[in-house]
Design a protein around this ligand. Structure first.
Ligand SMILES: NC(=O)N[C@@H](CC(=O)O)C(=O)O
Ligand SMILES: [Zn+2]
Ligand SMILES: [Zn+2]
Length: 429
């Protein structure tokens, strides 16, 4: 296998260093004059982070390969700085069996770009009633440890209790899409407030998220199991999680880049680009989410990359599909708002975009310090580069990009996966 010499990367804390990578492993760190036969990657002035890990990606294969395939999503991930992504189970068919999970694992491996880690469904067909083959999925080659009905809430408390009991045996975790279906029905599509009333859009109140999270942390405490809260969107949910962590309850949480920046007023023109689940919230919530990410109440950033074909997204607001792209822009958004805003330093970015998500998903090869003996998964960031997002330049097959036209400071320069350069400057290497 090829040898790679990365020169002059800022390893945060130890300053500029050279890294030698052989057979996918970091074998030397320091001042390395030369390495025979090595490809050289000049990282002068770039920050080196452990490869980014996304806890929440929607690839649309199998079933909707017109919107995204595992290969196109993996390419978008590599360009976005990721070396591992968790593929949500709401495909068609649903990832609710060991065979389905192994198939996603194998299609991911074939890309050679990023570890594609299947998330298993909690219930068969995401029906919310009957538990899927959680144990078989865990014991399969795919070794599934994260389970989610994402897109749907596991709203039946008895089913959620059983799922938490089941995964406790092997240290698994349930990632909950928290949305009480009575408080926010299937048509709910806008933050419930003065604006949703004026626009005549069915409201999705924060309490529909907060009440499920409150219930779930109590179930996790009762059972002694782990629960993860997907895409936290409100200040009230932050309060519940802060309280639960203070009690020692095993709860973790993620926030999306879009909920850290975009606010509900963007939907005033009924542009379906801004239709997402959970909905964009007011500035007070955005501020609380930023503070919670900075202080560790929210553990991780997760993209909730949700590609949709034009004919599903370009509709009247109430008819359009929920979701927005995120893989290629997330590092720049986090850099711009959290580093630029003085809320996180780069070690903090490493924590919320690599170390914590790898730990939550149980990915031992990811989120490791960039030191001798670690797997060579790393992301090189140009902290001063400014990028103006162009949705037509995306490697995703979809174009529902809410960042189009925005200028952000900080960009992924290159991604190294298993010792191999996978992406550089927005293109596959
Ligand atoms: N986030 C979204 O708006 N949509 C997701 C489902 C989900 O994450 O709930 C999707 O699969 O399209
Ligand atoms: Zn969801
Ligand atoms: Zn999702």
């Amino acid at each position: 296998m090829a040898t790679l010499l990365i020169t002059g990367a800022d390893l945060l804390g130890t300053g500029a260093q050279d890294l030698l990578v052989e057979d996918g492993v970091i074998t030397e760190v320091g001042s390395i004059r030369s390495a025979k036969g090595a490809d050289v990657l000049d990282a002068d002035g770039l920050v080196a982070l452990p490869g980014l890990v996304d806890l929440h990606t929607h690839l649309r294969e199998p079933g909707r390969e017109d919107a995204e395939t595992i290969a196109s999503g993996a390419a978008a991930a590599a360009v976005g700085g990721f070396t591992a992504i968790l593929a949500m189970a709401n495909t068609s068919p649903v990832t609710d069996t060991a065979e389905a999970a192994e198939r996603i694992l194998d299609l991911g491996r074939a890309t050679g770009l990023v570890d594609v880690v299947p998330v298993g469904a909690v219930t068969k067909g995401l029906d919310g009633e009957e538990l899927a083959e959680l144990g078989l999925m865990h014991r399969s080659r795919a070794a599934v440890t994260v389970f989610s009905d994402d897109g749907h809430c596991v709203h039946n408390a008895r089913v959620m209790r059983r799922a938490l009991e089941y995964v406790r045996a092997f240290g698994g975790v349930i990632s909950q899409h928290a949305q009480d279906p009575q408080l926010a029905g299937p048509n709910a599509c806008a933050h419930e407030g003065e604006l949703s009333g004026r626009l005549g859009l069915p409201g999705w109140p924060g309490i529909a998220e907060e009440s499920i999270v409150a219930r779930d942390v109590m179930l996790a405490r009762h059972i002694g199991s782990r629960v993860h809260v997907a895409h936290v969107s409100t200040a009230g949910t932050v309060e519940v999680i802060r309280w639960a962590k203070a009690q020692g309850i095993a709860v973790t949480a993620e926030v999306t880049p879009h909920h850290l920046v975009l606010t509900t007023d963007l939907i005033a023109g009924y542009d379906p680009t801004y239709k997402v689940n959970p909905p964009l919230r007011p500035q007070e919530d955005v501020d609380a989410l930023r503070a919670a990410l900075a202080d560790g109440t929210i553990d991780a950033v997760a993209t909730d990359h949700a590609p949709h074909a034009r004919h599903d997204k370009e509709h009247a607001f109430t008819e359009a599909a929920f979701g927005m792209l995120g893989l290629e822009t997330s590092l720049s958004v986090v850099s711009d708002v959290m580093v630029g805003g003085g809320l996180l330093d780069w070690a903090g970015v490493a924590r919320v975009m690599s170390v914590a998500p790898a730990r939550i998903a149980g990915l031992a090869a990811h989120g490791q310090p960039l030191a001798v003996g670690s797997p060579a998964h790393l992301t090189l960031v140009d902290r001063d580069a400014t990028v103006t997002v162009d949705r037509s330049a995306s490697l995703s097959l979809s174009r529902n990009n809410p960042w189009h036209g925005r200028t952000l400071r900080g960009a992924v320069h290159a991604t190294v996966f298993g010792g191999r350069l996978t992406a550089q400057k927005g293109a596959i290497a």
